[in-house]
Design a protein around this ligand. Structure first.
Ligand code: PFF
Length: 448
């Protein structure tokens, strides 16, 4: 690729929206609130924040640095710097495939729920849970929504970095924020919402186990789009003038705020309506419509707004997942963008079909004893991303020259990065040790 002009983000704000768009997704809105609810409310949030500051933010800075330095997507970037680490990039591409084996299914549900908000879903509060169960376990209905969702992804990524991904992020991200703030305000002003806020912000450390730490670790990698080369790929499109640490901090702050905002939007309302907290992955799709069902004529509209926000958040993330693989095929296999998108999109669609069907229509679709859908979810979140995060930290801390990293993070010495040594120590020692410890204790906890 050297010598050839690489497609770059056209503006700073475009890059921030695209990267924040990748980070903010189903992880923040669909998964974070139920993890927090199941793991002791703010006790989980506290551990999560600790990991984000100590691990995620630093790994993001490292990924941006590697991407921008090499001007290549994950596999090529590792290969260029140290051939022995090419496999780390390959693991990342594999993770992108695996996440895209279930993510579009949930993305499809979100799109479906925009329409369902108006077609009777909210008319009987008591039937909403059954309706969700019936919907996700049926055969072709979720498939059609997933296909529609995939088609939008393919269309955007085929258009390329600036005119597709960047433009989508610029429009969709601010829309999402406005919609979310609206829903959160509605939720906390309901009668009885205070109990939910108390539940959310009063830490219950008795619920914390080794598994909680593992869940928080996996969640922060997933939520910040780390450990699989996504931010290496996006970093490769960042202009040489940008301050990488500052941008990483902004994106991390946005991502974390949305996760907490999502919990504030969902959990107090749960309490206000006297609903069950432990709904697991059904939380958003069961509880949120129930909340809106109690709101009279405005209900369907607010519900649709909520699911538009969810679909938007999912979309800006899944286009980044698709882009990881597409950028690899363009950089390393010299494929044309359109062909790369077509092939990748097709494989991901097939995987998503299988995982959607594994939820009910074909329960025998199992891998290692769990439904294909859950398998793709668990293996990426709890295993692949943590390994990817560990590898990037080890690579940057132990195999790259310290001066090279300093050069990249200070834009050749023209910028201040006063905390460089703190960052370097964290990446070299703290991050690898923390990941290893959490993984070991988490696995022990799961086995007990
Ligand atoms: N960060 C996204 C979310 O929270 O939903 C998911 C994701 C996107 C994970 C891109 C990994 C990735 F590379």
């Amino acid at each position: 690729m050297e010598g050839k002009q690489r497609d770059n983000w056209s503006s700073r704000i475009g890059f921030i929206f695209a990267a924040a768009g990748s980070a903010v997704g189903l992880g923040n809105i669909w998964r974070f609130p139920y993890l927090a609810a199941e793991n002791g409310g703010s006790a989980f949030i506290f551990i999560y924040l600790l990991f984000v500051l100590g691990i995620g933010l630093n790994v993001m800075i490292a990924e941006f640095a590697i991407g921008r330095r090499t001007q290549l997507a994950a596999v090529g970037a590792y290969k260029k710097l140290d051939k022995r680490f090419t496999f780390a990039g390959v693991i990342g591409v594999l993770s992108a495939f695996l996440i895209m084996g279930f993510y579009p299914v949930v993305g499809g549900w979100s799109v479906a729920y925009i329409v369902k908000s108006f077609t009777g879903l909210l008319s009987d509060q008591a039937l909403i849970a059954d309706a969700f169960g019936g919907f996700i376990t049926s055969s072709y209905e979720p498939l059609l929504w997933m296909l529609l969702y995939m088609a939008i992804n393919i269309y955007i990524v085929a258009k390329g970095v600036t005119s597709g991904i960047e433009k989508a992020g610029k429009i969709l991200m601010p829309t999402l924020l406005v919609l979310f703030i609206f829903v959160a305000i509605r939720s906390v002003t309901l009668d009885g919402a205070f109990e939910g806020l108390k539940f959310l912000f009063k830490p219950d450390f008795s619920k914390v186990t080794g598994e909680t730490f593992l869940a928080a670790l996996g969640q922060q990698f997933f939520s910040l789009s780390l450990g699989m080369g996504c931010m290496i790929t996006y970093g490769s499109y960042i202009s040489k003038k940008e301050a990488l640490p500052k941008n990483a901090l902004i994106i991390t702050l946005i991502d974390t705020s949305v996760a907490i905002l999502a919990s504030i939007a969902i959990i107090p309302a749960l309490f206000a309506f006297g609903l069950e907290v432990n709904q697991g992955p059904g939380l958003v799709f069961i509880v949120v419509p129930q909340i809106f069902a109690g709101m009279g004529a405005l209900g369907p509209i607010i519900s649709a707004i909520f699911f538009i926000a969810l679909a938007i958040a999912a979309l800006t993330s899944s286009i980044s997942l698709l882009e990881v693989v597409v950028a690899y095929l363009i950089d390393e296999r010299k494929m044309k963008r359109k062909n790369a998108v077509a092939v990748t999109g097709l494989v991901m669609t097939v995987m998503s079909v299988l995982s959607s069907l594994s939820l009910g229509a074909f329960p025998s679709l199992k891998l290692f004893g769990v439904a294909v859908f859950d398998f793709f979810d668990i293996i990426t979140d709890k295993i692949f991303l943590a390994i990817g995060g560990l590898l990037i930290a080890l690579f940057v801390g132990w195999f790259m020259k310290k001066e090279d990293m300093k050069d990249e993070l200070t834009n050749g010495g023209t910028l201040e990065f006063g905390l460089f040594n703190v960052w370097y120590t964290l990446i070299k020692y703290v991050v690898p040790v923390a990941i290893a410890l959490v993984a070991i204790f988490g696995i022990i906890a799961i086995e007990q």
